[in-house]
Design a protein around this ligand. Sequence first.
Ligand SMILES: [Zn+2]
Ligand SMILES: [Zn+2]
Length: 339
Amino acid sequence: MGPALVVRKPGEVLLEDRPLAAAGPGDVLVEPHFVGLCGTDLEIIRGALDPAYTRYPLVLGHEWSGRVLEVGARVTAVATGDPVVVEGIFPCSVCAACRSGRTNLCAGYDELGFTLDGAAGPGVTAPAHLVHRLADDVPLAAGALVEPAAVVLRALTEIDVAPASRVLVIGDGTVALLAAQLIRMWSPSAVAMAGRRPEQEDLGRAVGVDGFTVELPRPEAYDVVVEAAGGTAAAEAAFRSARPGGQVLLLGMAGHGRAASLFVDDVVNKDLRIRGSFSYTAAAWATTVRLLNSGGFRPLHLVTHRVGLDRFAEALELLATPTGEPRGKVLIEMNGASK
Ligand SMILES: [Zn+2]
Ligand SMILES: [Zn+2]
């Protein structure tokens, strides 16, 4: 048993004791140490997410890291005490999407923190092939960034970022900051960020942003525009700021049922390529873990707040209401983190 952060139904979030599930022969039971919160968690709490993607009541927590508590009899890849991250999407492995590697589009997947109980509780049981060992020198808190980083990395690998591209990232939250950081692997000439909170500028600079602005981005000025703010106006700004022949990558969620205006003639006349990207594939997850373990990706400076599970309300408030202070990833420290 242990305390878990549960959304009983939209609007009702509280701590509740939950039992530990036992690990079957092919499973691993992991004790969560750090759980990142994001805007999606707020939407789950509000009930604003497309109902097809959630099942209440549920334990929150889809961005997380922890240590192995127990392994099933058939598991050899990890051992008790190992630092790990676990793919949150449990794909069916047999549908057409899974067989083509697009596990993010699996026709029958479950997902931790959405349709399955997430990591803001005493433990998570997962099939061993979804459990990835972290290198011993990777801070466990950095592991909690693997999920959002895998989402960003999967998206970036779906577009063509030529060397010396001029890149614009719209947004100043964690996904935007991760996009600005990870797109550096493609050697752009410059990465600009159009945010809404001037206090995010230092975090932007820390991940390699060359120019941070809270003004509307310049029209038709960028080869690649990554929309990571989530909002219809942000999507419209993304279409406007791509140069003729440019690419627009949509990562932000504008909200279930909300529509942006698209000037169709501009898309045609500008020969624009527009790409959406949903979640991450198993391959993108594995690549993200490899980058983290090799030191090629160091996201820890994006963690600005760590809050104990018993103070979850503070963590949610930090996320919901800008304070004027820089805010990157807000982590909940689970009970295991102090051991
Ligand atoms: Zn998230
Ligand atoms: Zn599938």
